[in-house]
Write a protein that binds this ligand. Structure first.
Ligand SMILES: NC(=O)c1ccc[n+]([C@@H]2O[C@H](COP(=O)([O-])OP(=O)(O)OC[C@H]3O[C@@H](n4cnc5c(N)ncnc54)[C@H](OP(=O)(O)O)[C@@H]3O)[C@@H](O)[C@H]2O)c1
Length: 343
């Protein structure tokens, strides 16, 4: 096994990646900062019965990857090296016994991948979604957690034609997906973001509002200006006290407010939550909605009706720098890891 630190500073680590029978992956053996990530070479496992080996082309970096690595989001003690990542897209390179729907060469999106920060990922056949040819690798790898969460949360909130939705954190990956689904379904959307991202919120069809002190008043002003009566649904993708307080001032029924960030406090606050630290697991219906979102989103991208903003690409060997950038908000849009040397 070859082991090295996942680089913060670039260098030529990515030039070492080979596509032979070895797999390069990012691992951590203890909780901590991005520096606990190591870039490791291991033998590529064989496809299990009912599963496949996917050679990744692009890997999506999500905030949860850093929360789990740091221990901020509780998980079981680390008994064996852990590989981060849930989102990736790639090519099937080996098919296990009993798999008839997928073949070597198929281009796929992985749903709920285990250990996506890797050149090769083992997945069950049920985790694969066909990648339309017109959807690029980066976009395909970016659909996963953000679009599926936004889609499920909005459906669960009952957002529909005529709804007026407030999205806290509208310029993030989940927020941008939520804005586009809500727009497509005929809802009006007010979205919060930093001053720098107001134009982006507008481009996605939302009424933009800058977060920060005085938020509730600014939202009321924006509603008045747009001729809207009030907010009837809230998706909290920010998790700040300010976002929650504004939501409570604007919406009478707290069951119309859902968070994906402060799930641990949802019961005490009387709001809904989907994961995000909630002790209540997703229902089967919610899981089914998340699964459905992959195909729906890929098709919308193919039709040119849904946009995934890519903020930055890093070589897989620089996963530590990618996670640090994700935490600091250095880039708007998805951060993608590339298992291939970047051209
Ligand atoms: N429960 C779930 O299943 C689930 C799934 C996905 C994500 N999440 C969580 O949802 C959150 C968002 O995820 P993401 O992937 O969209 O992250 P992201 O792409 O990194 O975006 C985060 C966004 O938060 C915005 N933001 C920062 N401070 C804010 C504030 N005080 N008020 C409003 N917005 C603020 C930033 O907007 P500006 O850049 O404009 O400041 C940024 O665009 C993360 O905490 C993530 O862990 C939960």
């Amino acid at each position: 096994m070859t082991r090295r630190r996942a680089s913060h500073s670039g260098g030529d680590d990515h030039a070492l990646i080979s596509m032979g029978s070895m797999t390069w992956q990012v691992q951590y053996r203890e909780f901590g900062g991005p520096e606990v990530l190591e870039f490791v070479e291991v033998p590529t496992p064989a496809a299990p019965a009912g599963g496949v080996v996917v050679e990744t082309r692009a890997i999506g970096v999500n905030p949860i990857d850093s929360k789990l690595r740091s221990g901020l989001r509780k998980s079981s003690p680390i008994a064996a090296p852990r590989v981060p990542g849930s989102d990736a897209a790639g090519v099937v390179v080996e098919v296990g016994a009993g798999v008839s729907d997928w073949a070597v060469g198929d281009e796929v999106i992985l749903r709920g991948a285990h250990g996506a920060y890797s050149t090769h990922v083992i997945a069950s056949a049920g985790q694969l979604v066909q990648k339309p040819a017109a959807v690029g690798w980066d976009e395909a790898a970016a659909i996963g957690i953000p679009a599926s969460t936004a889609y499920q949360a909005l459906r669960s909130l009952g957002v529909e034609q005529g709804s007026t939705l407030l999205v806290h954190g509208g310029s993030g990956a989940v927020g941008q997906a939520a804005l586009q689904f809500a727009r497509d379904w005929g809802a009006s959307v007010v979205a919060t973001g930093s001053e720098a991202n107001q134009e982006r919120l507008r481009e996605l069809g939302a009424i933009p509002v800058v977060y920060g002190q005085g938020l509730t008043e600014r939202i009321r002003e924006a509603l008045k200006h747009a001729g809207l009566e009030g907010i009837d649904r809230v998706l909290d993708a920010a998790g700040s006290d300010e976002a929650l307080e504004a939501s409570f001032e604007l919406v009478a029924d707290r069951s119309d407010i859902g968070t994906i960030v402060v799930g641990a406090r949802a019961a005490e606050l009387g709001i809904r939550a989907w994961a995000g630290g909630s002790p209540v697991p997703l229902t089967e219906e919610e899981q089914a909605l998340r699964a459905e979102a992959y195909g729906v989103t890929a098709e919308l991208i193919e039709l040119g009706e849904f946009e995934v903003e890519i903020g930055a690409r890093y070589p897989l060997a620089e996963a530590a720098a990618a996670q640090a950038a994700s935490l600091s908000g250095a880039h708007r849009g998805k951060i993608i890891l590339s298992p291939l040397p970047l051209s």
